[in-house]
Design a protein around this ligand. Structure first.
Ligand code: GDP
Ligand code: GDP
Length: 455
């Protein structure tokens, strides 16, 4: 496509970038004060500061994007948070468990100056069970003299300790090389390569919106618990449920069962669980309690699913409790608070009465269909050509930027690259997105559009 000043390399580069599927996920685990947050800051290059949190304060960010040696991945951060209700072992174990669940590989951080503690041993047991690749970080090795402390960590029996000073950066490069070796090129759940098998649904929403009630209602005694990791003693996390004649895999249902009751840090666990479930799923069914005002927490959960690029269905639950007045205000709230997912199929349900349960599956199927849609380049350009001719970009500084051509770089979710003769304004980009959605039925899926401007 050496059209209008773009050469083949431009186009291939843009496609490669835009075609990026879901990124592999790295979890950083370990007990408090071993240096997890310091390490995460170093891995993400301090581009996004990990905020110093007070214990128990809600953290809505638990994942960050990072890049090393040209490869991108996500980091799940479990640092900066300490819990004093359950006791240290239980809280570290619970935190590590959720993080490991979400991850393709794990960095286990140990304070080499302190040496191995009982809590470290407890984490090692979890890591063994989880059977995911582990990179052992012997942290706080600030100089040559600390190397012996690192060597001592061979005793953990999980492979080579990498001597690192997260504080000064010493050894972090070598460790990150090992991380890249441990991380799959594409995540295990890589959608591109997944063939067959039940579709994966994450049922998410803030506490008490009715997730477990809904699961019980739809499951109708048909639940089959899937314990994917043979020989584990952990709670099973995925369940097979038949709905509408099709078997679906509901991921991370252990989280739904509220296994961990905590005072402090409960919100943080909830975010971590939600992140874990979303990472593993293809479609997120986001439950919202229609009887209450849509909250910031609801919005955060929606944003998490959108950012992760999942197909999305919004289910407004507890519909049985709504009077006319509440229904009126709910519609206003949806318009203002959830405008970012106006494209998501919506169902108004009641887990209590069973109202509209039969609409759930068609909504999920619609969302997945949009998520997987691929528009042939010819059709896309015929559409873009007409659109641009009928609605040209506004003239700016005597020039009129034009969309020259476009192509779809990927699916799950759909990703487009548009090539333009000049800077395309945000309003015009949104206009194009809206029309693309209308034309090609991208219901229930985020779509990514990147614009390349000819230099
Ligand atoms: P977290 O609780 O595991 O997230 O630990 P933090 O990242 O908050 O670090 C705990 C303390 O250890 C802080 O005072 C850090 O400055 C310190 N620390 C972290 N990494 C290193 C290191 O490599 N060397 C030294 N000397 N101190 C470190
Ligand atoms: P979760 O924390 O999201 O799993 O929520 P639960 O399923 O535990 O439900 C929280 C509360 O809301 C429970 O008391 C449920 O009985 C109630 N609940 C759930 N769904 C409905 C519904 O559709 N209508 C009504 N009236 N109550 C519901």
């Amino acid at each position: 496509a050496a059209e209008e000043g773009f050469d083949v390399e431009d186009v291939e580069g843009a496609l490669e970038e835009a075609g990026h599927g879901p990124l592999p996920v790295l979890a950083v685990v370990g007990r408090p004060n071993v240096g997890k947050s310091t390490l995460v800051n170093r891995i993400i290059g301090r581009r996004e500061a990990v905020v110093e949190d007070k214990p128990g304060v809600t953290r809505d960010r638990v994942t960050y994007e990072a890049e090393w040696a040209g490869r991108r991945f996500k980091v799940v951060d479990t640092g900066g948070w300490e819990q004093d209700v359950l006791g240290i072992d239980a809280s570290v174990a619970a935190q590590a468990e959720y993080a490991i669940e979400a991850a393709d590989a794990v960095v286990f951080v140990v304070d080499a100056k302190v040496g191995v503690t009982d809590t470290d041993e407890a984490v090692v047991r979890l890591l063994r069970k989880a059977n995911k690749p582990v990179v052992l970080c012997a942290n706080k090795v600030d100089g040559q003299s600390g190397e012996a402390d690192a060597t001592a960590l061979w005793s953990l029996g999980i492979g080579e300790p990498h001597p690192v000073s997260s504080l000064h950066g010493r050894g972090t490069g070598d460790m990150l090389d090992a991380v890249l070796e441990a991380l799959p090129e594409a995540p295990e759940q890589s959608f591109g390569t997944a063939v067959g098998g039940p579709r994966r649904i994450a049922l998410i929403g803030r506490p008490n919106v009715g997730k477990s009630s809904l699961l019980n209602k739809v499951a109708n005694e048909e639940r089959v618990v899937v314990n994917e990791l043979a020989g584990t003693t952990r709670d099973p996390v995925d369940e097979l449920i038949e709905l509408g004649g099709v078997t679906w895999k509901f991921v991370d249902t252990a989280g739904i069962r509220k296994r961990v009751h905590l005072q402090q840090g409960a919100d943080y666990y909830a975010s971590l669980r939600t992140a874990a479930a979303v990472e593993k799923a293809e479609v997120a069914v986001i439950l919202i309690d229609a009887s209450e005002s849509i909250s910031v927490q609801d919005q955060r959960i929606v944003t998490m699913a959108v950012d992760a690029g999942r197909a999305i269905v919004i289910a407004y639950n507890k519909w049985d409790t709504l009077d006319e007045e509440r229904r009126y205000y709910l519609e206003r709230e949806i318009e203002t608070e959830l405008a970012q997912v106006a494209w998501a199929p919506r169902v108004n349900v009641s887990a209590r009465t069973g109202r509209h349960m039969e609409k759930l599956v068609p909504a999920i199927e619609t969302a997945l269909a949009g998520w997987e849609t691929r528009v042939p380049t010819g059709r896309l350009n015929a559409f873009l050509g007409e659109l641009v001719a009928a609605h040209p970009h506004p003239v700016r500084g005597g020039k009129q930027p034009r969309i020259l051509f476009g192509t779809q770089a990927g699916t799950k979710p759909p990703r487009f690259v548009l090539f333009a003769s000049g800077f395309i304004e945000a309003g015009y980009r949104r206009f194009i997105e809206r029309r693309l959605r209308e034309e090609f039925s991208f219901d229930g899926t985020p779509i990514h559009i990147s614009v390349r401007v000819r230099e």
